[in-house]
Design a protein around this ligand. Sequence first.
Ligand code: AMP
Length: 354
Amino acid sequence: MSLPIGATIGILGGGQLGRMLAMAAAKLGFKTLVFAPGENLPAAQVSNRHMNAAYDDVLALQAFAGACDVVTLEWENVPVSAVETIEAVGTRVRPGAGALSVAQDRVEEKVFLERCGIDCAPWRAVDTVSDLHDALAEMGPDAILKTRRDGYDGKGQVRLHGDTDALSAWNELAGASAILEGFVPFNMEISVVLARDPIGQVVTYTPPHNTHARGILRHCSVPAPIPETVARDAQRLATKLADALDYVGVLALEMFVMPDGSLLANEFAPRVHNSGHWTPEACETGQFENHIRAVAGWPLGASTLLYAVEMENLIGADAAESAQAMLARGSVTLYGKEEIRPGRKMGHIVRKTG
Ligand code: AMP
């Protein structure tokens, strides 16, 4: 079923991803209703309506569901119970609770990826400090301890260089259920952003080369300097994942490219993704528009890359630069956040490079 022009798309979450989704929805003649706690949120500034309520406010969620023709999300930590409340009213949520619950738990995520035939770095579930000692003994000293849930942008992670750090790493994560991953000596980080529609048709974007600083995506360069065969392999694996999840919308799979050209999955995001922020400028159809098209049941647009491009995130004080200086560097997108804080994503700049 495809939505009629003028229908209302609900967005769970109020950040910059929701903002860019709302603008893409408006471009196609849809209305948007944002559900998120807070005031003057980036997405709410550009939407038709905003419901300022908590994700466990069942009555507010039911009212939201009743006012929307379809609901999507821009934040992967939306509680699964909120999605279930909306679905119980009879309003479809795309992507649904299944994909969301897999993505919210790093252990479930690894199990799912491996079941799809997608390799990951070696890992062990860790629930106690003695599990951590055992996992380090098995996997070797070079490792990363990550919380199973609620980690993002490098938060909830501790790098380990040996068993001597184990107790302090465990204490740093405050005893939360965790996963220990072997530290893999990758050549490069890439991602595949794709869109999948309700009848299972998929378009994949060209993989960018992603670089991070302090766990936060800093820069994408497109196309990534990898052989065509590796890029195609990455796109094939991401498509396999989306098919296995019976996914609807945009999904991003982050991967490590190993020195021999093999690929290891790091994690996936059940939403539009920062590493796809160059797609509106540099592709025939951008990730935000394709996400809206997918959740509306409209035909997907081509993902063809029109020219080589780079994307730079404006993080914290980067955004204190003058508008003139930013505009001289490329196509500027700002997220409407009034207060600059360290580590806060304020905007991004896309620049044609080829
Ligand atoms: P994550 O929050 O899992 O995306 O991790 C943030 C960043 O830490 C990644 O983008 C990598 O740069 C690095 N990282 C995470 N896991 C590993 C790993 N198993 N081996 C090497 N580097 C990693």
